[in-house]
Design a binder for this molecule. Structure first.
Ligand SMILES: [Cu+2]
Length: 323
């Protein structure tokens, strides 16, 4: 069960989050006070200096009021200095990762995230990390600008082609494992259902230290809230945005072959020959997509996916159910 958020903010699941929230609420309440004060003054002055019968038609010059001028010059100056100092301190804390942080490589591409662990294991779409330990993400993009955003951790950073960017966080301790949601915060005009940055959803599984050790040994396993491999396969297909190219209705066969009735289908290949879609072919199609190219599908390339055997099983189980 995930901890609860507030009316304005999602749950604070990293050690850093409360710092952001304090600054946010400070600015929020200052804005509320200033807004109310300005509105009250506005109404009062409108009333006080309204046009009256027999009154002056033009306001009189009132001269200087030094105390007042100093007040409205120095109050914002002091306030902005405080805000800058506060914001900069928090920014530096977020920018410099501790030396003992676990390093995870994050690769972004249209339209999915992929994670690589210190032991070389790669998981597409979802990240598993231990709670209460600093984690540093070293991020790069294979194509366009992306932006890694985890609202519950209060972190966000652009992922830029041609360079590495990094950020770090430490997920809070909780009695049980919990999840955080990752978004890509890059703007684009695409509708999320056929790809686009808004479809780059990813999950961070925050687990206990021993669960993390087990994960590094055994690889990813089916999320505990799913009953069958078929359901896990469906989740993996969603998380990795297969459906931004492949469709599940038989009629839509572009830009990639439809998933409808895929299992057992006969497929002609580029360069001649034919295959029957079976487990081995699906596995190969996902791990090394360029090994066999379906005839006429040369316009776009399917990127290779690093799935574990268990994940491959789950996706095959799911693909078998699409008719
Ligand atoms: Cu993106």
């Amino acid at each position: 069960m995930n901890p609860q958020g507030t009316f304005q903010l999602p749950p604070a699941l990293s050690e850093y989050a409360p710092r952001v929230d304090e600054l946010y609420y400070f600015i929020f309440w200052i804005s509320v006070v200033a807004f109310v004060a300005i509105c009250v003054a506005l109404v009062l002055f409108v009333w006080k200096f309204r046009e009256r019968k027999g009154g002056p038609t033009k306001g009189a010059q009132s001269g200087d009021h030094h105390a007042l001028e100093l007040f409205w010059t120095f109050t914002p100056l002091i306030l902005l200095t405080v805000l800058f100092h506060w914001g900069f301190k928090d920014y530096v804390a977020a920018a410099v990762a501790p030396d003992d942080a676990i390093q995870i490589r994050v690769r972004a591409r249209q339209w999915a995230w992929e994670y690589e662990y210190p032991n070389g294991m790669i998981t597409p779409g979802e990240l598993t990390i231990p709670m209460g330990r600093p984690v540093k993400l070293v991020m790069s993009s294979d194509d366009v600008l992306h932006s890694y955003f985890v609202p519950e951790f209060r972190i966000k950073k652009d992922v830029v082609p041609g360079m590495y960017s990094s950020l770090w966080f430490q997920a809070i301790m909780q009695p049980r494992r919990y999840d955080a949601q990752v978004y890509c915060a890059e703007y684009c005009g695409a509708r999320g259902d056929t790809g686009g940055h808004s479809a780059m959803l990813s999950t961070i599984h925050v687990v206990t230290g021993s669960e993390y050790e087990e994960f590094l040994r055994e690889g990813p396993s089916r999320p505990t809230d799913l009953q069958t491999d078929t359901q896990w396969g469906e989740l993996l297909v969603t998380q990795n945005n297969c459906l931004s190219c492949h469709h599940t209705d038989a009629a839509t066969t572009l830009p990639a072959p439809s998933f409808a009735g895929i299992f057992g289908r006969h497929q002609s290949l580029e360069g001649g020959g034919e295959v029957t879609v079976d487990e081995n072919y699906i596995r190969e199609s996902m791990l090394t997509p360029q090994a066999k190219i379906v005839r006429t599908y040369t316009a776009i390339q399917m990127p290779p996916f690093h799935f574990s055997d268990h994940q491959v099983d789950a996706i095959i189980a799911y693909l078998k159910t699409i008719h």
